[in-house]
Design a protein around this ligand. Structure first.
Ligand code: PEP
Ligand code: MN
Length: 340
């Protein structure tokens, strides 16, 4: 991207002319302003996609300045009003504060059905559960795969609620999309651009989690990849980032990111306090904080017996704890003018 090219006033006419004609060749209008010390050359138009490097290398050029943001479709400048993402009958965005809940991994049908029933009764709107699990160690349980998807389908059709589940590879998108109402892109895949493009063409809403090493600009660019393919149904999820301090929490939950993202983009933003902290006892305060910070919802891990969970038991709420969480969020939602 290049919006403004600064040349030395000592640049020759010929050097300036070379820059001007390159800009014209690229299809932009040019605005040249000659000062005592500098020559300023502006490109008029949408310059995303114009490499600044070719200008930087030209004789007489001192600096190339980018004014436009790298991302466009996701930005508030492009669309002022909030995007509403429909997941089955549930709308994420707008006044709703949507609670997504369920186990980290899908383990077996009966337990999941019972847990999901209680989640729905307590006010959870979307079920979560991984069939394909990205695990840090290749020896850890990595999900039931197809059988997990079958279980999710059974449970959600019998309860009539939508489900979000992770997809890890472009070639698995069709299989997962056949069951899921929303496709989850995990933190580890936020930089997997081929996968982002593929879910951008899936016709399904996408829950995009922030990479634990990702800057917000990179996060927004990842969302841009999905929108660029024609899919505007994207929800962003802050799930904690890696910082120097991991003594008490698994990640550092970046709640300021929520407030920043709500300004930068029209897409809904939710928070995952389970992965964000790695601790069951911190889910409630961080969920309250997320609501207060302006998030459009939360995603929490809930398990009937966390001590026996195949993954992430230590950051999963027991069912009763989930009910307490919902009860405690309710008055706060009212104060914040949100519908829980
Ligand atoms: C998850 O939500 O199941 C998960 C694996 O989270 P993350 O990608 O944020 O680590
Ligand atoms: Mn998990």
């Amino acid at each position: 991207m290049a919006d403004l090219i600064i040349m030395s006033a000592r640049a020759t006419e010929e050097e300036v002319e070379k820059v001007v004609s390159l800009i014209k060749e690229l299809g932009f209008q040019v605005h040249v302003s000659r000062g005592q010390e500098k020559v300023l050359i502006g490109l008029i138009g949408d310059t995303r996609g114009v490499s600044d490097e070719m200008f930087r290398m030209m004789p007489g050029v001192l600096e190339v300045i980018n004014i436009l943001k790298e991302y466009k479709l996701v930005s508030r400048e492009f669309q002022a009003e909030d995007t509403r993402v429909s997941v089955g009958k549930v709308v994420v965005g707008g006044k709703n504060f949507v609670v997504i809940a369920g186990p980290c991994s899908v383990e077996e049908e009966t337990g999941l059905l019972k847990t999901a029933e209680k989640i729905v009764r307590a006010g959870g709107k979307i079920l979560r559960g991984g069939a394909y699990k990205p695990r840090t160690s290749p020896y850890s349980f990595d999900g039931l795969g197809r059988e997990g998807l079958r279980i999710l389908q059974q449970v959600t059709t019998s309860l009539g609620i939508p489900v979000v589940t992770e997809v890890m590879a472009p070639e698995e998108v069709d299989e997962v999309a056949a069951v899921a109402d929303m496709l989850q892109i995990g933190a580890r895949n936020m930089f997997n651009y081929r996968l982002l493009q593929r879910v951008g063409r899936s016709g399904k809403p996408v829950l995009l989690k922030r990479g634990f090493e990702a800057k917000l600009k990179e996060f927004l660019n990842s969302a841009e990849y999905i929108l660029k393919e024609g899919n505007k149904q994207v929800v962003l999820c802050e799930r904690g980032i890696r910082t120097f301090d991991d003594e008490f929490t698994r990640n550092t939950l970046d709640l300021a990111a929520v407030a920043v993202l709500k300004k930068e983009t029209h897409l809904p933003v939710i928070v995952d306090p389970s992965h964000g902290t790695g601790r069951r006892d911190l889910i409630l305060p961080m969920a309250q904080a997320a609501l207060a910070a302006g998030a459009d919802g939360i995603m929490v891990e809930v398990h009937p017996q966390p001590e026996k969970a195949f993954s992430d038991g230590f950051q999963s709420l027991r069912v009763e704890e989930f009910e307490t969480l919902m009860a405690k969020l309710r008055p706060l939602a009212e104060v914040m003018g949100r519908i829980l």
